[in-house]
Design a protein. Structure first.
Length: 531
């Protein structure tokens, strides 16, 4: 007789899957033979049961005693798929089935999902995707359930960049500074800034080339608000400016596209700003009109370390602060009440993205300009999974699911530390969990130690960094590197490794195991070294 696993009672939790999904699921606490309990996702209202020699009629009669009924004979040594009585938690049903005469074994009908790992060759160098847990989040949504478009209000997008070409909606627009209606955009882009922003938000993903964009399948729309010829190649220069009129006209234009068959749900990304000014009435009205139309507006918080810049400080806008490779708030990132009340944080230092120039060109820029499109990409995923959500609901999901990056309480001046990081750093996985399930109360999260870049190419980076989530931090922390055979390579005294062993020599190419241990937890992972 096979082993009979024990099951704990489970509270029914219905998962609101996208419309194309037919299954309802719930979480079941399963106690393994080792005595350890873990949660598994199972199909609601179903189970498997193995009877000793029984006819179909006898099986049906036995199941009827507990209000269950056969669904199908699995054709595997007495196993049947059965339907439980309406509303019965699976844990309860399994206990009742196990008590029936003639039952040898029982098990739930577990749920499986496609494990999506994009094949883009540079994806392992995108530390930001690991830091915001995009990989696990993509198992729930890749921006394909319903149409979403990220409108990049910026310097324009280079349409010849291979990772962006197929993602661009036809009809680049130019909204000129100084006023005037938005018109066809020629010559399309002024400098590299908008192209870099766009790659982070929505580079073609799983196309076997370049990088992966946060939103995977979401579309891109280029709205240029900077005049061609006024910006240097790196988007610097005193003449590289835009104005209220251009931004307002761009937002007004987007309102006409919202919910159209071509564009679907629109997310506006504004990686631009003006320090030292408050959101004036005219700009605020344009923001309100866009948000009231259902457009999610995301904006860079600013790079001066002071108060949140305009337009990120407008009401109804989601301001985004920048974090670095170790998950800390970047010193240059702007901060203040707007961030505390409405904002979030995302990676904004050395972020790998697309660039203008030769095919496959990339860049690693710094700034909240490059934190903002991470949040815009997440907003597009949320709206693709659940297009009925309002901008306020999207913002709340992003904030409620964000990782606390150790910024709770007050600073020396008595101000809430959330004015530096908002609600915390975005977490795509947790946000999608909250989107499709509607709650996080019983979800324990997915915290893990992350190594980046991984693989660690010694000719491209000076060291590999290890990010330790706050929930795993405790006293007595130690970080060690081992070979896959268990031989100690290096005992680290920081969260970085230069690829050298304890004798100072560079290690050979291969896979190495890192072990993080403190007084409370022990986590292992692997990092590939390529010399």
């Amino acid at each position: 007789m096979s082993e009979r696993p024990a099951f704990c009672a489970a509270v029914l939790l219905v998962l609101s899957l996208p419309a194309s999904a037919a299954l309802r699921t719930e979480k079941l606490s399963r106690r393994l033979a080792s005595g350890v309990s873990r949660e598994v996702e199972v199909v609601s209202g179903q189970a498997f049961v193995k009877f000793s020699s029984r006819t179909a009629a006898q099986v049906q009669a036995a199941l009827a005693l507990i209000g269950a009924s056969p669904i199908s004979d699995m054709g595997l040594d007495g196993w049947w798929q059965v339907g439980l009585s309406t509303g019965m938690p699976v844990g309860t049903g399994l206990s009742l089935l196990l008590a029936l005469s003639g039952v040898e074994s029982i098990q739930p009908n577990k749920v499986y999902r496609p494990l999506r790992t994009p094949n883009d060759p540079l994806v392992n160098n995108q530390y930001a995707l690991s830091q915001i847990n995009a990989f696990d989040g993509w198992n729930y949504e890749i921006g394909s359930s319903s149409r979403a478009t990220i409108a990049v209000i910026d310097t324009g997008i280079d349409p010849t960049v291979p990772d962006l070409t197929a993602k661009l909606v036809a009809g680049h627009r130019f909204c000129p500074p100084g006023g005037g209606a938005c018109a066809a955009d020629v010559p399309i882009f002024a400098c590299n800034h908008g192209t870099r922003v766009s790659g982070i938000a929505a580079a073609a993903t799983n196309n076997g080339a370049g990088i992966a964009g946060v939103s995977w399948d979401a579309q891109l729309l280029s709205i240029r608000v900077f005049t061609d010829g006024t910006c240097a190649a790196d988007c610097g220069g005193a003449g590289c400016v835009t104005d209220d009129a251009a931004i307002i006209n761009a937002l007004n234009y987007l309102v006409t596209l919202q919910n159209s068959p071509t564009h679907g749900k629109v997310v506006a990304n504004l990686s631009l700003g003006e320090s030292g000014s408050t959101c004036d009435n005219l700009t605020q009205t344009a923001m309100n009109n866009a948000v009231n139309a259902g457009i999610v507006v995301v904006a860079a918080a600013g790079n001066d370390g002071g108060a949140v810049n305009e337009p990120a400080n407008c009401l109804n806008v989601i301001p985004v602060a920048a974090t670095d490779q170790l998950g800390n708030i970047a010193a240059f990132s702007s901060r203040g009440a707007a961030l505390s009340s409405y904002g979030i944080a995302a990676p904004g230092v050395d972020v790998l993205t697309t660039d203008v120039g030769a095919a496959g060109a990339t860049a690693t820029p710094d700034g909240t300009s490059f934190a903002s499109p991470h949040a815009a990409g997440l907003a597009a995923l949320i709206l693709s999974a659940k297009p009925t959500l309002t901008p306020a609901e999207v913002r709340n999901i992003m904030r409620q699911s964000a990782n606390n990056i150790g910024l709770s309480g007050l600073d020396a001046a008595g101000r809430p530390l959330s004015h530096v990081a908002g609600a915390g750093r975005i977490n795509v996985f947790m946000a999608m969990q909250l989107t499709v399930r509607g709650r996080l109360a019983d979800f324990q999260g997915e915290e893990k130690v992350v190594a980046f870049p991984n693989p660690f190419r010694t000719n491209e980076a000076s060291r590999v960094f290890f990010a330790i989530p706050p929930g795993l931090q405790a006293d007595g922390a130690k970080l060690k590197i081992y070979t896959v055979n268990g031989e100690l390579v290096r005992d680290l005294n920081s969260l970085a490794w230069d690829g050298r062993n304890k004798d100072g020599g560079m290690v050979a190419s291969g896979t190495y195991v890192f072990v993080y241990k403190n007084d409370r937890v022990l986590h292992r992972g692997r990092v590939a070294v390529i010399r």
